[in-house]
Structures are given as C-alpha cells and as structure tokens.
Design a protein around this ligand. Structure first.
Ligand code: COA
Length: 392
C-alpha cells in the first residue's frame, strides 16, 4: 500500500520586511543577507497570528468535507507552542470543524517535529488504511532584534493531509536517522527567544546530513543519480546548499547540474518567507512541486530533516501521477503578491508587541488582518480565536 502526502497547504502572514532594508538599518552590507544568507524577504507575524492560527490558515485551504470526516489524527509539530500543557492541535481541530472522533497531539524536537509527525502518521495509516492524518508544521522564529540570528527569522505554516494512495507524494520505506545531544540551538521555557550557537549549528547540520546520507546509501544502494532533487530543512537558503555541496562530487556532472538547479527552485518560497522552523523543509518541497513545472511523475525526491539539539533524518518520496492537478499555485502566488511590506521600525514595533501575562482582557483588531483565522484576544489567561468564515 502506498502511503504519503495527499495534499499540502501553506500560509504566511500578510506582512514582511525587505532584507535589504533590514541590512541597512543594522549597518550591514545587504549582500550579506541576500547572498551570504540567501534571504530576500522575512515574513512578520502580526499580534493577531500565532502558531495556532498560522496552522489553521494553512489547513483551511486544503480540507474538504471528506477530509474533515476522515481525519482521525491531528499531529501538530512546533517549537514555538503557546501552551506547555494543551496541544495547539486541539484549537485547530475546533477551528476547522473536524470530526471529534480523533486523536490530537503536539510533537516537539526543534525543526524535526513535523518529520516525526509524518513518520507517526505513516504508521497510523499502515494500521488503519481508511484514516487520514492532518500533519501541521507551524512556527514563529524569533531570535531577537539586533542579534546575529535576526536575519534568519520568519513565520508561517505548512499543513499536510496524509493518506493511503496519496495524490502528491508516496513515501518510501527506507530512511536513516540519528540523535546526538548537542547544544546548538535551544529555547528554555522562560524565554520567548531562541538561543543559538550559529557556527556550531551550521557544523552539526552538515555533519548530520553527511551521516544520514551515507547510512541511507549503504541501506539502499542508491546514489545521487537516483534523485531528481533533494530538499533540505532551510533555516536560511544558503544552509542547505552548504550541506549539498559536501556530497555533490559523488555524482556525475549531469547529476550535479540537475541537483543544483532543482535545489534553487526548492528554495524560492523559503527565500521570501524566511525561517518557519518545523515547516521549512515542507515549504521547500512545496516550492519544488509548485515551481518546477516539468517535474515528472515517478521522480524520487530526497528530504533532509534537521532539528537542533539534535535529530536528523534522510527519507524519500516518489512524485505521484497527475500531482500538479492538486496543487494551489495560483492561490499561493496571490498570497505572496498581496502581502504588505513594513518598514524596519514598524517590524520592530510588531516584534515588541506582546500579549498580557497577568490574566487581563485584551481585544485585538482582527479587521486589519486579512487572514481567515485570527487570534481575536485574551481573557482569563486564555487565547481567543475566530474563524471569520463561520465565526467559530
Ligand atoms: N556579500 C556576500 N556574502 C557575505 C557578505 C557580503 N557582503 N558578508 C558576509 N557574507 C557571507 C559570509 O561569508 C558567510 O558566508 P559562509 O557562511 O558561506 O561563510 C555568510 O554571509 C554569513 O556570514 P557570517 O559572518 O557567518 O554571519 P553571522 O555571524 O551573522 O551568522 C548565521 C550567520 C546564519 C550563523 C546566524 O544568522 C545564525 O546563527 N542563524 C541561526 C541559524 C539557525 O537557525 N540554526 C539552527 C537551526 S538549523
């Protein structure tokens, strides 16, 4: 039985800052951000968007009534969750009107959470072939104003429906994975900003990629020639390129050209959204599927997932016949084209805006946020959400 990704949805908030302007404001040469880091625009979440609403907005565009009935497992991967106890998925489950006969949980291992969710979903569907699983990958990446990580922030979510006989991509069974206790990036529960040892994190990412790639090759006998493209977890788009370059010489000139060209396509969405942590790898996959118009059915795509701390995994999928018919390219183009640019001082003001932590009541201006699903306020330490379509 084939199991894999049946549908993919995506959402980024409607605001962004231009990286050239951010560089100028920080007294840095713009080419460091646009070439050295490889980022053009950075999505900014207004106070009315949080990981719950970003995920719900990503999912609302792909679910039909059959999905809503058949989804019996919601798995929310995030590292910027809003509650240490309740799963962010439970809010999304209500906002989307899903069947109550479902399991809902949140998973955490830095940017690896959604990959863990996909593998868990695969096992669930193998045991329950009629089931559909909603995998959500949603985050707001915050390193802080004027920090070295600032240029690798972003906000957004990817939602995937996993099923048997998937329309988009069937996952293959072989994968290789690795855990090692390293302190390259972490966020203690008392901090709303991440701590990162950037150089060390780069090294670990590349080391993990090399290890899981070598193990994968040993297990399967495959090499670069068997891949149409390899998508990477992308905290910034230069990162995956650094890892890819370390193995490229294993292939022929033709393999190298193909993988480099397709790598570029797989980073186009990430370049204009920024880091979305758990969703970054899947945004890269979406970029490849939507923007490489001549991607052939049957192509094998490699996926490298990395979650600091750290866990890495290399796994693969096969593009399914007629997959293009199920994409939402026009809708996503519109999402990007209708965004509003904010100045650096406006971004800083948004960054510094916080929700009350003393139980007081606040009502937020949801009319200035075009998203379907918004955070409308807080009361008694509870977040209040609204789905503008049905006022749920
Ligand atoms: N033109 C072109 N490139 C330039 C440049 C210019 N004017 N100035 C600098 N650069 C290049 C540097 O050569 C470097 O390239 P390299 O990495 O290929 O050597 C790159 O820009 C970044 O410069 P660097 O001095 O290393 O930047 P930094 O000290 O500010 O740190 C990060 C950059 C990415 C390490 C930092 O933003 C970070 O830690 N981000 C978080 C990473 C993360 O999220 N990790 C965890 C998840 S995997």
């Amino acid at each position: 039985m084939k199991i894999g990704i049946d549908k993919i949805g995506f959402y980024a908030p409607h605001l962004y800052v231009d990286m050239n302007n951010l560089a100028v404001a920080r007294n840095i040469e713009p080419e460091k951000f646009t070439i050295g880091i490889g980022q053009e625009k950075m999505a900014i979440a207004p106070i009315t968007q949080d990981p719950v609403t970003l995920a719900a907005n990503a999912a609302v565009e792909i679910l039909d009534e059959t999905d809503k009935e058949k989804i019996d497992f919601v798995i929310f991967g995030t590292e910027s969750g809003i509650d240490n106890s309740k799963s962010a998925g439970v809010y999304v489950h209500r906002l989307l009107g899903l069947n109550p006969r479902a399991r809902t949980i949140e998973l955490k291992q830095a940017c690896y959470g959604a990959t863990a969710a996909i593998q868990m979903a695969k096992g669930h569907i193998a045991l329950n072939p009629e089931s559909r699983v909603l995998v959500l990958a949603s985050d707001i990446a915050r390193y802080g104003l004027n920090t070295s990580g600032e240029s690798t922030q972003g906000a957004g979510a990817v939602a995937m429906v996993m099923s048997a006989d998937p329309k988009m991509m069937a996952l293959e069974d072989q994968s290789s994975y690795l855990t090692d206790d390293v302190m390259d990036f972490w966020r203690p529960v008392y901090s709303d900003k991440a701590f990162v040892d950037g150089k060390f994190s780069n090294e670990q990412y590349i080391l993990f990629f090399q290890k899981v790639w070598e193990e994968y090759k040993e297990k399967t006998g495959f090499g670069l020639a068997d891949f149409e493209a390899i998508c990477f977890h992308l905290p910034y788009t230069k990162m995956g390129m650094k890892a890819l370059r370390t193995v490229l010489e294993q292939g022929t000139e033709e393999d190298q050209e193909r993988l480099l060209a397709n790598y570029k396509i797989s980073t186009l969405y990430n370049r204009i959204v920024g880091n979305i942590y758990t969703g970054s790898l899947y945004l890269s996959l979406l970029s490849l599927l939507e923007l490489k118009e001549d991607l052939e059915d049957g192509s094998r795509i490699g996926l490298f997932s990395y979650g600091s701390g750290a866990v890495g995994e290399f796994f693969t999928g096969i593009v399914q016949p007629n997959y293009r018919a199920h994409l939402h390219v026009d809708r996503h183009t519109k999402v990007f084209e209708s965004r509003t640019e904010v100045t650096v001082p406006e971004y800083e003001a948004i960054f510094n805006k916080t929700l009350p932590v003393d139980g007081s009541t606040v009502e937020l201006d949801i009319d200035s946020d075009p998203a379907t699903i918004c955070l409308s306020g807080m009361k008694d330490n509870m977040r209040l959400y609204i789905n503008k379509m049905n006022r749920n």
